[in-house]
Ligand binder design. Structure first.
Ligand SMILES: Nc1nc2c(ncn2[C@@H]2O[C@H](COP(=O)(O)OP(=O)(O)OP(=O)(O)O)[C@@H](O)[C@H]2O)c(=O)[nH]1
Ligand SMILES: [Mg+2]
Length: 502
């Protein structure tokens, strides 16, 4: 941990207030946060060091490829490798010219180059970007030349890490960058973009500001009880703590949806043989991905595909029909079906509506138990021997959909039901502040526990000193989300997930 705990800061502020006349008012949250940010930056500025360089575009062929350079030497290095066709290089202006190896005089590529003078750049340092032809040969050659001129190869995520260390992004905003790059759906992208814009951090800062209010009041009452100050009653304290706890809870309630929006909903299609599982897989995918025949036991191995339904990323698995069989290959497939069953967020159980439920269906129903599930009563075109109400009696928590996949019926309703399940009433489709990151979720959960403990102690009228410890801890935990109180190990771990050149 860095030497900037809430306690230290709080004491400086409180003693500052007391040094004047009597305590007239507690400090403004802004004062405190500004002070905290200053301390934060002080510890981090000495991280600015060598000039780094990397290929910023994806590997493979492309219209253009970009080499990015960041650091004090960026412009010098550009001047060594780049010969502009006309004029001088000006900050934030594209220049057309050639990359030439001055040792041999050999032309490497024809490029566009831009220099962005710090601090108004991605890393806040001087940055140069060279746009060359998107061939790995050109990119490799230019990068090698840049490195030979004094730059060091950047580590994973080092550009964004510098943006964080130099105070341009907080840690949760930096984490949003990698989520943006990896986003597969519009919704995932929108949520990550909001996080990058700092909307999620603002929420965290708002809760931390509430915590500072409580902490300052607690400290003043603990350490200077004789001063002429507003008394912190247990009733007032309880109200403030409750308010903070419910704000944390509101964020935590979005975490399940948030994880699904980011990582995808794992869905397994299960059922006995020949009920239409693979037909369902194909209908959702909109293509003939799985083999469909009227021979029971057609699908022997699990088939996994990623698809987007109603803007929700779904990792869909079609499985082998679960039943008793002597066939060794089928047995292995059925084992894999059960495994996929156990690892999924949602089970779609397909049953044949035109037949009565059999032992094999009941076996699967037993497996489903209380899990999140949807029952697709398929083959409605052939008859209705098994009805929705029958299923609802056996699996009361499951949504039941009547379908005829052969006629294309039931798929739209399935999409609607999945959407409702994902947003589970707590979160609205339009909500773009979601807790999508497990690290944030864990810290919020721990913070929530601290608030619970603090509230219990308040109810039991325990000494303020004890309550102060939990409130303080919660302040630090939430600080870890935005990186103000995160250890170097945590920061390193966050950036290890990045790609090179970002
Ligand atoms: N009449 C009718 N036939 C259907 C319907 N859905 C699927 N089928 C047919 O049922 C047969 C089995 O379909 P599949 O999708 O292969 O079934 P499955 O559950 O994957 O079967 P296994 O892989 O053997 O476990 C095929 O002949 C499909 O055309 C439906 O709604 N109505
Ligand atoms: Mg199949």
């Amino acid at each position: 941990m860095k030497d900037k705990t809430a306690v230290n800061l709080k004491f400086s502020l409180v003693s500052g207030i007391l040094a004047g006349n009597k305590v007239a008012k507690v400090p403004q949250n802004g004062d405190f946060l500004q002070f905290a940010a200053l301390c934060n930056l002080k510890g981090k500025n000495n991280m600015r060091e060598d000039t780094i360089a990397a290929i910023a575009t994806a590997a493979g062929e492309g219209g253009i490829g970009i080499i990015r350079i960041s650091g004090d030497e960026a412009l010098d290095i550009l001047n060594k490798v780049f010969v502009p066709v006309s004029g001088k290089i000006k900050s934030r202006m594209m220049s057309y010219g050639h990359i030439i190896d001055s040792r041999t005089g050999k032309l490497i590529d024809e490029v566009m180059a831009v220099y962005m003078k710090g601090p108004h750049s991605y890393t806040t340092e001087d940055i140069v970007e060279i746009q060359c032809h998107g061939s790995s040969v050109s990119l490799r050659k230019i990068l090698a030349l840049v490195l030979s001129c004094g730059a060091r190869l950047a580590e994973r995520g080092e550009f964004t890490k510098r943006a964080f260390l130099n105070g341009r992004l907080d840690l949760s905003q930096a984490e949003a960058v990698i989520d943006l790059i990896r986003a597969k759906t519009d919704k995932t992208f929108d949520v990550a973009l909001n996080q990058l814009e700092g909307i999620f951090s603002e929420k965290i800062k708002e809760i931390r500001a509430d915590l500072v209010d409580v902490l300052v009041n607690l400290t003043v009452n603990i350490d200077y009880p004789d001063e002429d100050i507003e008394e912190m009653t247990y009733e007032k304290l309880e109200k403030s703590l409750q308010n903070i706890k419910s704000k944390i809870k509101k964020l935590l309630d979005t975490a399940d949806t948030g994880r699904i929006i980011r990582d995808g909903l794992k869905v397994s299609i299960v059922g006995k043989p020949n009920v239409g599982k693979s037909s369902l897989m194909n209908a959702i995918m909109g293509e003939n991905r799985a083999i469909v025949t009227d021979i029971p036991g057609t699908t022997r191995d699990t088939i996994e595909e990623t698809v987007t339904v109603k803007n929700i990323p779904i990792v869909l698995t079609d499985t082998a029909g679960i039943h008793d069989t002597e066939d060794v290959i089928e047995q292995i497939g059925i084992e894999k079906s059960k495994e996929s069953f156990n690892n999924s967020d949602l089970i779609i159980f397909v049953a044949d509506a035109s037949a009565n439920l059999e032992d094999e269906d009941y076996e699967i129903i037993k497996y489903i138990g209380n899990r999140k599930s949807i029952v697709l009563l398929n083959k409605q075109d052939k008859g209705r021997k098994t009805t929705s109400s029958q299923i609802s009696e056996i699996l009361p928590q499951a949504a039941v959909i009547e379908s005829s996949l052969i006629e294309g019926k039931g798929i739209d309703e399935l999409g609607d039901v999945i959407e409702k399940l994902v947003y589970n009433g707590e979160v609205k489709q339009g909500d773009n502040i979601l807790v999508t990151n497990v690290r944030h979720q864990n810290l919020l959960e721990e913070g929530y526990k601290c608030m619970n403990d603090a509230l219990n102690m308040t109810e039991m009228r325990q000494p303020l000193e004890f309550i102060d410890i939990d409130v303080n801890r919660c302040y630090e935990l939430l600080g870890e989300i935005i990186g103000e109180t995160a250890s170097d190990d945590i920061i390193d771990k966050v950036f290890e997930r990045f790609c090179l050149g970002k």
